[in-house]
Write a protein that binds this ligand. Structure first.
Ligand code: AMP
Ligand code: ZN
Ligand code: FE
Ligand code: FE
Length: 287
């Protein structure tokens, strides 16, 4: 029997914990997923694997299967591209070096943004630290939470459309590799790379770049995600059929940080099985 036959659905392959910008610790997150009826989940914190151990223990004790994962930051020109990575070797040196570099640059960038914001608002760096656990991947959501705690905005959405907007005076871009490099690193580490929310408001990535990512071993696209728009989604669905790519669906749950709920989109069993069978860097954690 193939290893992949041991999991069961429903499966939600995109969830965030306090190890990045989710608001629940991995164990709490696994409980939330279980309450929402999920039986297979992936932890996909931004640029870190530090939540895997806690998530694995919690998931298996609840009878769920965990696919260890990550959402790797990449960038194409001005736009951020998120590469979901599954079942890779967390100790792969080049991938580790890249995530270390991204996380440390995220910290510097958050500090610069905080300094800029502090010129106009009553906010100090400690406010942001108070919103993050030690070693977490720091992002704009933590600055948003600090602004909420100070009573300067109502919620993360308001912070993102105002003070934290890329078009505003306080925004600083983060260091991130180009998407082809990101895919190459995930594949080199034995993982499966899937482009997250590929049909959002920024539009589809250029075809040439998509071809280069496929050439680098890109596995597929997260077609069922609330941020995808119908037109782009259909175009990519056609591509996935033509090239026989992996198609996933997921919630991108961030605890109370976003309205997304566990299981609001799920991935078909056949696709989860393909994903598991395509990976060689690490194995699912079964109950
Ligand atoms: P950063 O990577 O630091 O630039 O921040 C981007 C992260 O913020 C993404 O991972 C999103 O999950 C989160 N995010 C983006 N827009 C919003 C929003 N309107 N409300 C809540 N979270 C958001
Ligand atoms: Zn996030
Ligand atoms: Fe994302
Ligand atoms: Fe995400």
């Amino acid at each position: 029997m193939q290893a992949s036959r041991r999991f069961s659905g429903p499966s939600d392959l995109h969830l965030h914990s306090t190890h990045s910008d989710g608001t629940e610790a991995p164990a709490e997150l696994m409980s939330a997923a279980h309450r929402h009826g999920l039986r297979t989940v992936a932890l996909t914190d931004h640029d870190t694997t530090s939540g895997w151990a806690e998530a694995a223990e919690a998931a298996t004790s609840l009878g769920m299967t965990l696919l260890p994962g990550m959402e790797l930051s990449a960038r194409h020109e001005w736009r951020s591209v998120h590469v979901l990575a599954y079942l890779f070797d967390p100790d792969h040196p080049a991938l580790r070096a890249m995530t270390d570099r991204i996380r440390s640059s995220r910290l510097d960038r958050a500090r610069v943004m905080a300094d800029r914001i502090a010129r106009d608002y009553d906010l100090v760096w400690d406010d942001i630290l108070a919103q993050t656990i030690d070693g977490a991947t720091v992002g704009r959501p933590h600055i948003a939470d600090a602004l909420i705690a100070r009573g300067l905005v109502r919620d993360r959405a308001e912070a993102f459309s105002g003070i934290l907007s890329p078009r505003g005076d306080y925004y600083v871009a983060l260091y991130a590799p180009d998407p082809v490099t990101a895919v190459e690193l995930v594949v080199a580490a034995g993982g499966v790379a899937i482009i997250a929310h590929p049909a959002g408001r920024a539009g589809l990535l250029p075809e040439r770049l998509t071809e280069r990512m496929l050439h680098a071993g890109l596995g597929g696209f997260e077609l069922d995600h609330r941020e995808n728009l119908p037109g782009g989604r259909e175009t990519l669905a056609r591509l996935c059929r033509e090239r026989d790519l992996i198609v996933t669906g997921s919630s991108d749950y961030h605890g109370v940080g976003k309205p997304n709920l566990p299981g609001e989109n799920t991935t078909a069993d056949a696709m989860v099985a393909r994903l598991i069978d395509s990976a060689s860097g690490s194995t699912p954690v079964y109950p």
